[in-house]
Ligand binder design. Sequence first.
Ligand code: ZN
Length: 187
Amino acid sequence: MEINYCMSCGAPLEIRDVDGTMRKACTADGCSFVHWGNYSIGVGALVLRDEKVLLVRRAQEPGKGYWTNPGGYIEQLEMIHDSIKREVKEETAVDAEVRGIVALRDLPRNIHNVYIAFAMDYVSGEPEPDGVEVDMAGFYSLQELETMNVAGFTRWLIDVALRSGSDGLTEDPAPIVKMDGHGLFRV
Ligand SMILES: [Zn+2]
């Protein structure tokens, strides 16, 4: 895909040298936009309750008919820990709280995708599929998963969630430097 206009201010882009690499950059005075590439960021939830994990059956492509953990893409101005709580609520009607970031997948391709997986604690609600993105939702044990059509990547994430024994990166409740608007997760 060709990008010809600034994604920040709409002015035409030109190709110029940015720190030794030719890149598309904005021509407008006072705008510092550089088109670094095409990226997307996904978030996924591993919600555990009584040694069972919350899964949904996808009703849409890609992956229609496969069981996955709930998740989606982040929104422009939303903190990622809010994005994942929203996605879980929308897809399954379950309320869950973030415990930590337990896995990350890097997938460089046409649109370079990074996927961040959160371990989450079940709070309330019985799983109810949204009927649009997913047509089934529930908590399942490892034994039950054996006879279900679970996506490969989801199997890997479930293994991480159930066997890692770590909360991973957790949100820093009192960072040593005050940084408004930043989500800070640390070991
Ligand atoms: Zn611009």
